[in-house]
Write a protein that binds this ligand. Structure first.
Ligand code: CP
Length: 320
């Protein structure tokens, strides 16, 4: 690993707000650095602690297991001081707004603010008000860029490439920021993307996203190299979008029988948290084709690459 002073710039962005802000070259650069971190594991050399002396604040207004903990581990592995703000016990409960909360933290001069919020666009708005690098850890139904990057890294590690693959994204596409970020990333990288869902769980204008749309799971999975399942996001639903969970599982739950329609050995993915027996059968989730645990592992590597990349951009800006 090169020293802190000589690391080449990874991308131009000051913040990571959305995959739509990244070019295919930016994405490849992040994945290459993340692959380096994945291979390094915990055995980073001393000069790998490129964020020593820097402060990272994780500000999560929505619950998280994977994203928050992997950002914390990523920051610590790079040598940063990491603070997880406990939103539930903060002055947010007294009515303090998102922007006032963010500007209060900004006054303490953090270097990175990792933000998850239930409103689409909230993280971008916040990024305009603070002086540190802001990373979107998921905003409403809009984007979850680091999830798409870790998904892409997982796929690339298995197939050695992204271009030319067929990926079927199945389930609650309407409410899913994971689906949106993955559609942007995978189509940019030359992947054939299929969206498989009942009409009630597809966003209007989905065909304009450069994807193929299927309402039949067996047809949507036929020949796919990757099957990416999504959770039913009941917390974002007002009213019933499926007749019953039992019927949903019958038609759209990933079982061994439906998986057999995909290419032999196709990867089974899920961003988590999973609802076993709703969108995915337990045996499939834990089966030999599942890479769900590897996705979690790659989450740390990708988040290290993003923190490192944003630090490089800032250092380049301060010397130009
Ligand atoms: N995939 C994902 O964002 O999981 P968490 O909600 O646990 O962070």
């Amino acid at each position: 690993m090169t020293s802190t002073a000589t690391r080449p710039t990874l991308f131009k962005a000051q913040h990571l707000l959305a995959i739509s802000d990244l070019s295919p070259l930016d994405i490849t650069a992040v994945l290459d650095l993340a692959q380096h971190y994945a291979e390094s594991g915990k055995g980073l050399a001393k000069d790998g602690r490129v964020l020593a002396g820097q402060t990272q604040v994780n500000l999560f207004f929505e619950n998280s297991t994977r994203t928050q903990s992997s950002f914390e581990i990523a920051g610590k592995r790079l040598g940063a001081d990491v603070m997880n703000m406990a939103v539930a016990t903060s002055s947010v409960s007294k009515g303090e707004t998102l922007l006032d909360t963010a500007m209060t933290i900004n006054a303490m001069h953090p270097d990175f603010l990792v933000v998850r919020h239930q409103s689409s666009g909230a993280v971008e708005l916040l990024s305009q008000k603070v002086s540190c690098a802001v990373i979107n850890a998921g905003d409403g139904q809009h984007e979850h860029p680091t999830q798409a990057l870790l998904d892409a890294l997982t796929i690339r590690r298995h197939y050695g490439r992204l271009e030319g693959l067929t990926v079927a994204i199945c389930g609650d596409i309407l409410h899913s920021r994971v689906a949106r970020s993955n559609i942007h990333l995978l189509t940019k990288m030359g992947v054939r993307v299929r969206c498989v869902a009942p009409s009630t769980l597809l966003p209007s204008g989905i065909a304009n996203f450069g994807v193929e749309v299927f309402r039949d799971m067996e047809k949507g999975l036929a020949g796919a190299e990757v099957v990416m399942m999504l959770r039913l996001q009941v917390e974002r639903m007002s009213g019933a979008f499926v007749p019953s969970l039992r019927e949903y599982y019958q038609f759209y739950g990933l079982t061994e029988a439906k998986l057999a329609c995909a290419k032999p050995g196709a990867l089974v993915m899920h961003p988590g948290p999973m609802n076993r027996g709703v969108e995915i059968d337990s045996g499939v989730a834990d089966g030999v084709q599942s890479v769900i645990r590897e996705q979690v592992e790659m989450g740390v590597a990708v988040r290290m690459a993003i923190l490192d990349g944003l630090d490089r951009t800032r250092r380049a800006g301060s010397t130009s």
